[in-house]
Design a binder for this molecule. Structure first.
Ligand code: SF4
Length: 355
């Protein structure tokens, strides 16, 4: 692959993708139409943080909920972190929500509520990595930044048959994206490539028949589109065991606030046995008494491990008093507790089992 030796091909790809975007851009609540005014940097930043490892379909309603409740970065900065975490519940990867709040506070207190415009400055913000900095710089400020997300990675790897396996192949992919990124309109171009990857150049069964760069696509010419991007061999995930504890009285269950460090830090959840990414839980209940244990009621997949969860239900009729950060939560209002998906699964299992 020597992108630099094919400037004509790079130009053609750039032109065709840009032209296709004009009539086919997805309408998303954080976007401006192609060629329109630059969108609000707060919206671009918020959407890009939400979109990390999450689909557009899942993000839309969260984006609208956040911007209704916190219309500006200053509003978000004044929110309690616990409220932000609860509003984020269900989106996963909760470190993003903590960094989101931290970044809002930083921008408000240190930068007078104004996002920096340069990719290099954006990179200094909490929770903003290389991809996000490039995306905000290009989309919100029109800087010619090279934006590479997973959709673009797939599209570019196919166009230029980049066969170095990921993650090593990322450097070649970035060089290729650099070669096709236009000097003007880098934000629209990045979004055009994202849309192409999401809707046409899909992982399985890419729609090459309607692809505006089919003639320039080396993988299509070779007939092996799905071979790209080349992924490293999959490692088996370790399986961890955990136990959650269900203590119910007078229509309420006991919830606890998780420690400020570690998995799902700072989130509300059922009391548990101290499981973590690196170890099983100890299985010991938080209070003495009789417990009924249901084995393996929930299986949940995290990025680096899977979790199998038992649910232990407190059987005693004695009234349990509150302690530490625990809180009694009405079961009728459990949807408002802001529980992460893992705990939602356990609660749903228990409520279904009772019917
Ligand atoms: Fe993707 Fe097919 Fe278009 Fe190539 S021709 S970029 S594989 S959709």
């Amino acid at each position: 692959m020597a992108v630099d030796s094919f400037p004509a091909k790079a130009r053609k790809i750039s032109t065709n993708i840009g032209a296709h975007y004009v009539d086919n851009a997805r309408k998303l609540p954080w976007r401006s139409p192609p060629g329109g005014d630059l969108p609000d940097p707060y919206h671009v930043w918020l959407s890009e943080i939400m979109l990390q490892q999450t689909t557009v379909g899942a993000v839309k309603s969260y984006f609208e909920k956040f911007t209704d409740r916190w219309p500006t970065v200053q509003d978000l900065a004044t929110a309690e972190e616990a409220d932000v975490l609860a509003a984020w519940a269900g989106l996963g990867y909760y470190a993003r929500a903590r960094n989101l709040h931290k970044c809002a506070v930083y921008v408000t207190e240190k930068l007078d509520g104004i996002f920096p415009q340069k990719e290099s400055e954006l990179l200094k913000l909490p929770g903003v990595g290389a991809y996000t900095a490039a995306a905000i710089a290009a989309i919100a400020f029109g800087e010619r930044a090279v934006v590479v997300d997973a959709n673009i990675e797939r599209l570019v790897a196919r166009l230029f048959v980049i066969d170095t396996p990921l993650p090593k192949g990322k450097a070649d992919i970035r060089r290729a994206m650099d070669a096709i990124t236009p000097r003007r309109g880098a934000g629209d171009f990045a979004q055009a490539c994202m849309d192409m990857g999401a809707t046409i150049c899909t992982s399985k069964n890419p729609k090459c028949d309607i692809c505006p760069v089919q003639k320039q696509c080396a993988a299509h010419a070779a007939g092996n589109m799905e071979y790209y991007p080349v992924k490293p061999p999959k490692k088996a995930k370790p399986v961890r065991r955990a136990r959650f504890f269900w203590i119910e009285q007078q229509g309420k269950i006991l919830l606890s606030t998780r420690p400020s460090k570690g998995m799902l830090a700072g989130m509300r959840g059922l009391p548990d046995d101290g499981w973590a990414a690196g170890n099983d839980g100890h299985m010991k209940p938080p209070i003495a008494g009789e417990w009924l244990v249901h084995d393996n009621i929930v299986q949940h997949s995290f990025t680096h491990f899977s979790l199998e969860v038992d649910l232990a239900v407190y059987q005693e009729q004695k009234i349990v008093t509150n302690k530490d950060d625990n809180i009694w939560w009405a079961l009728d209002d459990i949807a408002e507790a802001g529980l992460p998906t893992l705990f939602v699964k356990a609660v749903k299992w228990k409520l279904k089992e009772e019917k």
